[in-house]
Design a protein around this ligand. Sequence first.
Ligand code: ADP
Length: 344
Amino acid sequence: MLKINKDSILTKIKCCVTILLDSILSKRRGIKMNNIVIVKNLKKSYDTKKAVDGINFVVNKGEILGLLGPNGAGKSTIINILATILTPDNGEITILGHDLKKEGKMVKLGIGIVPQDLAIYEEITAEQNVSFFAGLYKLKGKQLKDHAKEALELVGLYDKKDDKPKTFSGGMKRRLNIACAIAHNPKLIIMDEPTVGIDPQSRNHILESIKILKNRGATVIYSTHYMEEVEEISDRIIIMDEGKIIAEGTKEELKQKVNDEVTYSFHLNNIRKLSKDQFTGIDGVTKVNITENEASITMEKSKDNLNEIISSIIEKGCKIENMSSVETSLETVFLELTGKKLRD
Ligand code: ADP
């Protein structure tokens, strides 16, 4: 005979009612359901320092938004405001259809925050840590246990569930920090530089966990000053500097903002036989640099005439010993837009 679980039916009904109410309220306020976060003219200063200086952006449902910028750009200030930890000086913020100022409590229920500084208890087990934080969201009994298990599995720490964090490496503690923030299945997860100073294995694990969370339907805001991470996981990227957004788009769109070029470097014997002039006539070549043992030729990607370059080298009687290519990176984008390196 078919067994009916009353609790799970009640949970599903509650879920449907919440979605329906969310949808009705959002429609009334004219908010598109696709916008999980809407930020308008956000400003925050510390004394005279403008940490966030009139910022506007949206976060779309189901995307991973990378917030990229050097130290001091204003990323943590934005995240702390979204997390309701800091009060802005100015601006309107809507999260999950709720006005942050008026309905902060509703916002808190729907989000998961992974703070930059660890927020875990060293003296209780990993599982007790996750259960404690998930319990704050009114999860109880079997449901709480299941959620804690799922979160610990996601970050690869379920086999360490009975160990205390004081015995963990820095990377494991960061993974536990994430498990604590997501065990209540938040719709929006906000992470502030979660990979700073950890080993590559934990870092990869964290990035993979974020992709899984996205595949399960979560929306993620991910702040970092590591451009490789943003390139790897983000659907869209906001680049910040000195409290302002300086560029926004997919990584392909951002790279197109700067000259879309590729540089080929050749290690050659008989390099003396080469001259700059032989390359400058090739369509698309924008820069040529020849040193004692290396020739670097930069060209527009759309006119990629690599064959002609190679033919021209061989015709002069040179032998190519090694060749490499460097494409535009987000580092280049940042450098071009600000005149500074991301990691200055
Ligand atoms: P990011 O997270 O990108 O490193 P922050 O938001 O932490 O940037 O900082 C932005 C700017 O605000 C920096 O110049 C920083 O020194 C300053 N700032 C941040 N927090 C405070 C604070 N509590 N008091 C004074 N200045 C602060």
